[in-house]
Structure formats: structure tokens, C-alpha cells
Write a protein that binds this ligand. Structure first.
Ligand code: PLP
Length: 429
């Protein structure tokens, strides 16, 4: 499969080069040249297939032959070593739990898949440095997914005091090939510094940099799997399946749209936003006006200018009408999110994290006008990753899962930086 740059000034590359480079030379995100829908019979019989078989069919065209089929199967098996349960909350609402991986947020799948692809491409050759900005969960998933991968160094930038304590421990306590940089600034500052580094010849002449944000195709595309897994569990009993995706950088919802392009019968998408609502505003006004991100209790979605929105525009060929038919977006503030967490707990006996709660609100709003649909919100992180808010709202002590217990006692090791020259100095050290 060839990938082209969405800025259309750089040359086409193979899957391998798209993974290693992350971003094209013209700063554009890569996009696959062709999307071939899967057969009707695949969808009809999807409930007879295992998750690994489904994932293999879904991603095969995007990564083979650069990754041979046998190796791809193995990578997928290792990536998907946990469950993806669908929990029904009411007649119209279910949640797809994406938090059963090692760092308990949905980013584990993309990070594990990408780490293994990079490990395969990199075998016996040069050192690669994965440079990544995180609002919390990416850093955790990447640190865990890449830990111990040979010849890959990982440098993670996170905004100081804007990630949860557990997220910070997950990012800063692993050691080995993982370094954590605590940035005096916001997530957007972290992301801007990473982008600068990719364009800085002083750095790129010396170090092979790659990204592990959802701009990287190997991080982004495996997120298609979730939508197939939920469909498999629901299609025999529910029609008109709609997904509400708590969105920040819009990689996850965009991956859902790729699944739909492959023929997965999804009726509609909802991008559920917190106060960082540039896309909600865009769908109302047709004006895309990024603003600086503001801090909320669903911090992984505190993104002012979502990188993957350009891929969504590409999927819909920049046609506003087609996009609007397929995507709704609603935004909810902290108070509404807390009320939703309380309601989900008292009405349905389910403890949701703040991101999932925003997704739930997306379902509720959509269902007001679309009463026949079945809405699945993605529960993108385990509630105990956001322990303070969750315990405050549901007023019951939460048991910590073993993955969380394991990091809490670890020691934080991070280097504080405040601007781009600090980052440059660190990388060139
Ligand atoms: C990253 C993240 C999101 C946002 O996902 P995007 O793909 O960036 O839109 C939502 N919830 C949680 C818990 C996350 O970690």
C-alpha cells in the first residue's frame, strides 16, 4: 500500500516509510492511497470470526506486503491480548470498554501494534527515536508498548500538572529506553515542540525521529478494530448502530470512519467533545477556528487543534454535506460531565470515567432526535485512572485494578523543560 501526504507536496511512500517517518516531509499526515471494502460475506458471518481474524482482515490491505501475512498475524495476536467487552446500559445505549489493556486506556492497541511494526522494520538496522507529545494516555500506552523494544528510544513530552497522578506514574516510572520530559506548558505546547523537532535539520540529520501519536498510521489504523468488535457483538440484535466517540485529537473517531469505508455498517458517528470543541463549532458554522486548549476533567480530550481532523476531511473529500450526514458533534462542560457520571452510576449501576461520560452525553443528545438508533459510547479509559474525580462524584471507594496498583508505588523520574531549545538540547545530548 502506498501512502500520500495530505499536504500533497511530498512523494508517496510505502507503509514502512510512513511508519518510520510519522509525518511527511511537507508536514502532511499520511493517508492510504486506496481503500478496498471487505466482502459482504465477511460482515454477514463476522460473529463466527475471532477478534484476531477480524483485525487481520481489516488491516491487511494497509500493511502487507511490507509486513508479511504470517508476521502480521503474530503482531495482531500479541497486540490484542485482552478483552473488549460491550456492556449494555439500557435498551438504546451500550458501552464498549476499551480499557482492559496494560495501561487501561484505548491507546494500548495502537501503541502495541505500532511498537511491533517498528520493531519488525528496524530489525538489525539503526536506532530510532520515538518522540511523542501526550495529554496523558498516549504517553502511558507508548511507554508501556515500546518498553524494551531493541534500538528504539522513546521520549515523551507531557504537560506538567495537567495529567492525572496515575498517568504521570505510567509515563515517568518505567526507565530503560523510555525518557519522560515534564513540560511547563499545555498539551498544545508539547505538540508544537514535537512538530518543530521533526522539522529541525540539526536534529533530523543526526537522529531518525518518528512519532507515536495518532498521526502515525501504525498507531491510528488499528483503532478501526474496536468498531468491528462492537459490531460483531451487536449486529444480530440491533439495527442502526451509532458510535459516540469521546474525541480529542480525533484519531479514534477517524479510525471508525475508516472501518465504515471498509463497509462496516455504521449508521452515524458522534464526536463527543468537552469544552475544547472546535469540531462541534465547525459543524454548526462551517468555520474551523482552532483555539488554545483549556483544561477539563476529561484531560485526554483537551486539544485545541485536532491533528486528525484533516484525515476526516479527506475521507469525505472536503464535502461539508457528506461529513454532516455522517458525523454529529456535541460538547459538554465539566459540570455536565460530572452530572452524567452520577446519572450513569445511579441509574445504571455503572462507573464511567469522565471521557466515557462525555461519550454517554453524546449518545443521550443524539437519541433525543433519533429514537430508533442504538448508541455505543466508547469507554476510553478505566475510571480509576481519574480516581479523584470519580470517587468525588460516585462517593464510593474504587478498587484499583492490578495494572494501576503496579505503577502507583513506582518512583517518578522526569526532566523538566520549558521551551523548544531545552528539548533540542535534550535530544542532541
Ligand atoms: C486519547 C484519548 C481520547 C481522545 O482520543 P482521540 O483519538 O485523540 O480523539 C479520549 N479518551 C481517552 C481516555 C483518551 O486517552
Amino acid at each position: 500500500m502506498k501512502y500520500y501526504s495530505l499536504n500533497r507536496k511530498a512523494k508517496e511512500v510505502s507503509f514502512k516509510d510512513a511508519v518510520i517517518k510519522g509525518l511527511a516531509d511537507d508536514k502532511g499526515l499520511y493517508f492510504p492511497k486506496k481503500i478496498t471494502p471487505l466482502s459482504k460475506s465477511f460482515f454477514k458471518n463476522i460473529d463466527t470470526l475471532s477478534n484476531v481474524e477480524i483485525a487481520f482482515e481489516a488491516i491487511k490491505q494497509f500493511v502487507t506486503p511490507e509486513i508479511p501475512e504470517g508476521i502480521l498475524k503474530k503482531i495482531i495476536e500479541e497486540t490484542l491480548c485482552f478483552d473488549f467487552p460491550v456492556v449494555s446500559l439500557s435498551k438504546n445505549i451500550s458501552t464498549l470498554e476499551l480499557f482492559h489493556g496494560p495501561t487501561m486506556a484505548f491507546k494500548d492497541v495502537g501503541a502495541r501494534f505500532m511498537a511491533r511494526c517498528l520493531g519488525y522494520f528496524n530489525r538489525g538496522t539503526n536506532q530510532v527515536t520515538v518522540l511523542v507529545a501526550t495529554s496523558g494516555d498516549t504517553g502511558a500506552a507508548v511507554a508501556n508498548g515500546f518498553l524494551g523494544v531493541k534500538d528504539v528510544n522513546v521520549v515523551i513530552l507531557y504537560p506538567s500538572k495537567k495529567v492525572s497522578d496515575i498517568q504521570e506514574k505510567q509515563i515517568t516510572s518505567l526507565g530503560q529506553n523510555i525518557s519522560a520530559l515534564e513540560v511547563q506548558g499545555t498539551f498544545d505546547d508539547c505538540q508544537a515542540m514535537v512538530k518543530n523537532a521533526f522539522l529541525d535539520k540539526d536534529i533530523t540529520n543526526k537522529i531518525q525521529l518518528t512519532s507515536a501519536n495518532s498521526i502515525n498510521v501504525a498507531r491510528w489504523l488499528p483503532q478501526m478494530f474496536y468498531f468491528f468488535f462492537a459490531y460483531k457483538k451487536l449486529y444480530k440484535t440491533h439495527k442502526d448502530i451509532v458510535f459516540s466517540v469521546p474525541s480529542g485529537n480525533f484519531g479514534n473517531v477517524c479510525a471508525g470512519m475508516m472501518a465504515q469505508q471498509l463497509g462496516l455498517p455504521i449508521k452515524h458517528f458522534i464526536a463527543a467533545n468537552n469544552d475544547n470543541n472546535v469540531v462541534t463549532r465547525y459543524l454548526k458554522t462551517q468555520l474551523y477556528t482552532p483555539v488554545k486548549s483549556v483544561q477539563t476533567i476529561s484531560n485526554a480530550m483537551d486539544v485545541g487543534d485536532p491533528s486528525n481532523f484533516i484525515r476526516i476531511q479527506e475521507i469525505y473529500k472536503n464535502k461539508f454535506d457528506s461529513l454532516q450526514k455522517n458525523l454529529s458533534s456535541f460538547s459538554f462542560n465539566n459540570t455536565q460531565t460530572r452530572v452524567a457520571m452520577f446519572d450513569i452510576y445511579t441509574k445504571h449501576g455503572y462507573v464511567a470515567d469522565p471521557h466515557g461520560a462525555v461519550g454517554y452525553l453524546g449518545c443521550k443528545t443524539y437519541l433525543e432526535k433519533n429514537t430508533k438508533a442504538h448508541c455505543v459510547f466508547l469507554e476510553t479509559a478505566h475510571p480509576t485512572k481519574f480516581l479523584d474525580v470519580v470517587e468525588q462524584v460516585v462517593k464510593t471507594k474504587q478498587d484499583l485494578p492490578k495494572q494501576i496498583q503496579a505503577v502507583i508505588a513506582n518512583k517518578k523520574v522526569a526532566t523538566t523543560i520549558s521551551n523548544y531549545s531545552d528539548l533540542k538540547a535534550f535530544l542532541l545530548l
